[in-house]
Design a protein around this ligand. Structure first.
Ligand SMILES: Cc1cc2nc3c(=O)[nH]c(=O)nc-3n(C[C@H](O)[C@H](O)[C@H](O)COP(=O)(O)OP(=O)(O)OC[C@H]3O[C@@H](n4cnc5c(N)ncnc54)[C@H](O)[C@@H]3O)c2cc1C
Length: 352
């Protein structure tokens, strides 16, 4: 155990965790640095309290697909451990106020009881198996240094984090990777800077009574919104809301609308997205005695478009790797596959 050189992984989203898992299983000591208070990255859930009680809403990836056989196998394991479930919403396509049944797409999976659950499970599995993995939360990497065959990581909160690492993996969105890479690898920085990522404004809507809509998810082709769903109707959400009858809805703005409003304040965005929802679904506030509560969240880097196709990038002499959804196609599956592929390639160098 831990016979291989130590590796630093920046980012505890699906790519970073998948990469860390394989590295640790092979015998590397792995330190994961994550700037947030918990792992999971964009597979994110807002949990909060208001006057009506506790509520939660998946405001990052609402669900994901699994097609690659290796990822399907992993997701089946998650299912066996009760941290994901299949989600088959009553889905429609909204054209104006007309709702037509949506074409059946790929089967979707959701984390249970929230989208952060698979990442929490991966972290727990890493801990339980006695792998030499340390997860540093609230550790924002600000600066990287590459000495002779060694990497040093400097965090805003803890300062320099040692010991020094033989390899370093960046598993963060492309623009954030580009900024960190600029001083240490101009080539990798340029590669990351060439990947475009689209923003997404998301509104989380809470109601005290069920909305009178006979569908759970809708694709929208025109206007500010591109997708809305009844978040509280996903599997395993019962008992997660404060009151009986309370519902949570999630409203995604289109990439174009989000870009046009990227610097707007969250309150005005929340109002505008609610208005757009009411234009499609009919006036909601009038029919609800407790009114509506809405909160907006801005993702500057929600989804990559278009993605690079190499799955990962690895510089063997420097021991530097890049992975994430932007290397392997948008989405949770792409992120997981990218992290695994990079780990395999890095191990070929580290075990030599
Ligand atoms: C609104 C929205 C809708 C989406 N819809 C879908 C969907 O329907 N289906 C689907 O499959 N996917 C969807 N996605 C995309 C999916 O969430 C991502 O593709 C996937 O989670 C990316 O994983 P990742 O590990 O590559 O990156 P991330 O999840 O972004 O993980 C990167 C991690 O790095 C951390 N980090 C960044 N910089 C630093 C730093 N300097 N120091 C330390 N830590 C740092 C971040 O905090 C984050 O935790 C959606 C995303 C959003 C936001």
């Amino acid at each position: 155990m831990n016979s291989l050189p130590p590796v630093a992984v920046i980012g505890a989203g699906m790519a970073g965790l998948a990469c860390a898992q394989l590295l640790a299983e092979a015998g590397c000591r792995v330190d994961i640095f994550e700037k947030s208070r918990g792992p999971s990255g964009r597979m994110s859930t807002r949990r909060a309290q208001d006057l009506q009680g506790a509520w939660q809403c998946d405001h990052g990836a609402p669900s994901f697909a699994a097609q690659d056989p290796e990822f399907v196998q992993e997701v089946r394991q998650w299912e066996q451990h009760g941290v994901v479930a299949a989600w088959r919403p009553r889905a429609v396509c909204l054209q104006g106020t007309d709702a037509v049944p949506a074409e059946a797409g790929l089967d979707r999976w959701v984390g249970v009881p929230r989208m952060t659950s698979p990442a929490a499970f991966l972290v727990q599995r890493l801990g339980q198996q006695g792998h030499g993995v340390r997860l540093h939360l609230q550790a924002t990497v600000q600066h990287l240094q590459h000495g002779p065959a060694r990497w040093t990581v400097h965090c805003a909160e803890q300062g320099q984090m040692g010991p020094e690492y033989c390899a370093l993996v960046l598993a963060v969105p492309a623009p954030q990777a580009a900024a960190l890479l600029e001083p240490v690898s101009p080539y990798a920085a340029a590669l990351a800077a060439s990947a475009r990522m689209q923003p997404c404004w998301v509104a989380m809507l809470r109601t005290d009574a069920p909305l009178p809509l006979d569908w759970d998810a809708a694709e929208i082709t025109d206007g500010p919104l591109c997708w809305v769903a009844r978040d509280s109707a996903k599997p395993g959400r019962q008992g997660q809301q404060g009151q009986q009858g309370q519902q949570t809805w999630v409203l995604h703005a289109s990439a174009r609308w989000s870009q046009d409003h990227i610097e707007s304040d969250a309150e005005s965005v929340a109002r505008q997205l609610l208005q757009a929802f009411e234009a499609l679904a009919g006036s909601l506030s009038d029919s609800l005695p407790g009114g509506l509560r809405v909160t907006a969240h801005r993702w500057r880097y929600a989804l990559p478009a278009p993605h690079l196709v190499n799955r990962y990038w690895w510089d063997a002499p420097a021991g530097l790797g890049l992975c994430g959804d932007w290397m392997c196609g948008a989405g949770v599956e792409g992120a997981w596959l990218s992290g695994r592929a990079l780990a395999r390639r890095a191990l070929a160098t580290l075990t030599r």
